[in-house]
Write a protein that binds this ligand. Structure first.
Ligand code: GLA
Length: 675
């Protein structure tokens, strides 16, 4: 017999599969798992890196996940069954609960019970006949980053072995929507400015053809340029409310808008809206790229919908070389470790080298930013606002120059350059301080807040310390207007749901001039150093994130590269009826009503007596839902409007419909009497 035959037979069998074979899931490409964090599950280990432990028993095989997670396997229809045990890992916090789901070709084949931390493992056996796409899903509650374990998961198959593959995401074009003939103003109708400070406003208008725009009621010191539609100049020195009248006339008709300019101490009367460079340009952000982004906000029409902040994140300053001792200590910190691969690219980047400060101690931009004042001038000329980034540490999160010990000089420099916003990101400040009490968390922010406050122009102050020490309680006391309440988002369902469906008790602290920043909107195309990919979120998942951010009054900062937005993204971000919920002048907090374990409603009362309601379906399948308005504490409305379809829906005592998987029905009820 030919000696090669057995080898060929083995090759053939492993390619085609063998009747009765089994494949251990933890041996597959676990990097295809999408979960709440950047971490990748590892074979036979729990999420924290320890052994798999459930119900105080240790298991040799399987894999641990963190937060909501999903691993998709491609099958050939000849798999027989999935066998596994499941459980919340013993390292989970007391509130953690997880339900394990097995989804085949979009249908839930198995829905596990809600398992609590410390409870015993549950045995699962799911027939898979005919299934071609299998998803192993973990849904979590209580603790958004709960560790949960698939123990000994095995696929029995007669055909080819399963393959771990990237999740399938069906993209969809937006429903066609003609540009309304009558001009529409951007929805924001109120802004705050400090007495005597410069003020800049783009009067955003959307219309199918040419329009004439006028502005009435401007106090002395402010002027309007009809060619650029930008109001600029200096606010009155006397505090008070100034009522402006915007008017836009085109061939399709005339629109008017009452706008209130509130001269006083409160900035960011509505959540800031714009774009941030981090998720698309990251370590290679440059003056030229920022201008491209700004031009795209204008070209897509988003600037005229209110997306006017252009925020430069980390990496505009210089960065020490790889032998810098402090950089090495920073790299050892947990936060940096998670993205070490990415930050390493910056190590060898000669464009980032250079002295951190000039002879007068003033912070220096790197070679990619030759003219900061020129850049803010470019933005301001178009009615866009300029945002910048720094850290209270010696180094920023990315290892570039931070403001430690130079807060007053840096605040003065940022103002002199013409910036309107500062994100101040904790990171390496941990190296400057001991054990962290609340006062230690506050100190560096209070220092920069006071320095910004002393400038002759307004800089909106965004705290970035990932929601530690109940920042929402004291943000205003350090002169901040917005503060991040979580770690960095990634473009997974687990990540956006951990931020969006969580922490509603903090919303009571929000209002005009004080906003919880839920982090950036995962819409469009993102990727380190502009190596872009489509966000790994289905259209309904992107709608869910957007609706939650609107309802919860989060700043709206687009993560996607504005030059690479498709029609879906532009339509979503340009949805003026949804934006009006976010920019509502009353700035009241939303409240949540849990309908059942996978369905919830978020309700936000609006300034004009209407109420915005999002009905969310967190499940893996579309769900028929009936909600009685009384269940949400609302009276029967006179009118109900569907904010996705821009159409009236039947008003009655209930809403009945099918909410898509991971989707949301976004409605406006008008008018109702509030309880
Ligand atoms: C942290 C922040 C991010 C981003 C990076 C920049 O991770 O949370 O939003 O600013 O630093 O290095």
């Amino acid at each position: 017999m030919n000696a090669r035959l057995p080898v060929l037979a083995v090759l053939l069998v492993s390619a085609l599969g063998l009747p009765g074979a089994e494949t251990r899931v933890e041996t597959l490409a676990l990097r295809e798992t999408r979960q709440s964090s950047w971490a990748v599950p590892r074979e036979n280990l729990a999420a924290g890196g320890g052994p798999l432990r459930v119900g105080h028993a240790t298991y040799a095989r399987g894999f641990g996940t963190v937060g909501g997670s999903r691993l998709e396997l491609e099958l050939d229809g000849r798999a027989r069954a999935l066998r596994a045990q499941t459980g919340v890992d013993d390292t989970a916090g007391a509130l953690a609960a997880a339900s394990f789901l097995v989804v085949g070709d979009g249908r839930v084949l198995y829905r596990g019970p809600w398992q609590q931390g410390g409870g015993p493992a549950v045995t699962v056996e799911v027939p898979l006949a005919g299934v071609r796409r299998l998803a192993l899903v973990v849904d979590v509650r209580g603790e958004p980053f709960a560790p949960a374990d698939w123990i000994g998961p095995v696929v029995d198959h007669d055909g080819a072995p399963p393959r771990a593959v990237p999740p399938e995401i069906r993209r969809e074009p937006p429903p066609p929507r003609p540009v309304p003939a009558v001009p529409q103003f951007a929805v924001t109708a109120i802004a705050g400015v400090r007495p005597g400070h410069p003020w800049l406003w783009r009067v955003g208008v959307t219309a199918p053809g040419p329009v004439d725009v006028t502005v009435a009621g401007l106090p002395p010191g402010l002027g309007f340029d009809p060619a650029t539609r930008v109001i600029s100049g200096r606010a009155p020195a006397t505090p008070g409310e100034y009522r402006l009248g915007f008017r836009a006339s085109g061939s399709g008709g005339t629109a008017t808008r009452d706008f209130r300019l509130v001269v006083g101490e409160t900035l960011a009367l509505t959540p800031p809206m714009g774009w941030c460079s981090w998720y698309s340009m990251s370590g290679k952000v440059s003056d030229a790229w920022v201008r491209e982004a700004a031009a795209a906000l204008l070209r897509t029409g988003l600037a005229d919908r209110g997306w006017t902040s252009v925020n430069i994140d980390d990496f505009w300053m210089t960065r020490p070389g790889p032998d810098d001792a402090r950089l090495a200590r920073l790299a050892a910190l947990e936060r940096l470790g998670r993205v070490a691969g990415y930050y390493k690219a910056a190590m060898d980047d000669p464009a980032l080298r250079g002295e951190p400060r000039d002879a007068q101690g003033r912070i220096r931009p790197n070679a990619r930013f030759p003219d900061m004042a020129g850049l803010t001038g470019f933005l301001h000329a178009r009615g866009l606002r300029a945002g910048l980034y720094s850290s209270p540490g010696v180094l920023t999160c990315g290892g570039c120059t931070g403001s430690f010990g130079h807060e007053a000089e840096d605040a003065a420099r940022f103002a002199e350059w013409g910036f309107d916003y500062l994100k101040y990101d904790w990171c390496s400040y941990s190296l400057e301080t001991g054990p962290l009490e609340r006062a230690d968390w506050q100190r560096p922010f209070a220092r920069m807040g006071a320095a910004l406050r002393a400038q002759p122009r307004d800089l909106v102050f965004n705290l970035c310390q990932y929601g530690r020490a109940a920042v929402w309680e004291w943000g205003p006391a350090v002169d901040a207007q917005t503060w991040r309440v979580s770690d960095d988002l990634i473009d997974t369902w687990g990540s956006i749901s951990a931020a969006g469906f969580y922490g509603e008790e903090r919303d009571a602290f929000t209002g005009p001039g004080r906003w919880n920043d839920l982090d950036q909107l995962m819409v469009g195309r993102i990727g380190w150093d502009r190596r872009l990919h489509d966000v790994q979120l289905a259209p309904d998942e992107q709608r869910t994130q957007f609706a939650l951010w609107c309802l919860r009054g989060s700043p709206l900062l687009l993560a996607g590269d504005p030059t690479a937005l498709d029609e879906f993204a532009v339509a979503l971000l340009g949805n003026e009826e949804a934006l009006a919920v976010n920019q509502d002048p009353a700035g009241r907090p939303a409240r949540r009503v849990v309908l059942d374990v996978a369905r919830e409603a978020w309700i936000r009362p609006l300034a004009d007596g209407a109420v915005a309601v999002g009905i969310f379906n967190r499940d893996e399948e579309p769900a028929p839902v009936t909600v009685a308005w009384s269940q949400l504490g609302l009276a029967t409305p006179a009118r109900v409007r569907d904010l996705w379809r821009h159409a009236a829906v039947a008003a009655g005592a209930n809403w009945t419909g099918t909410v898509p998987r991971h989707g949301v029905e976004f409605l406006r009820l008008d008018p109702v009497s509030l309880p």
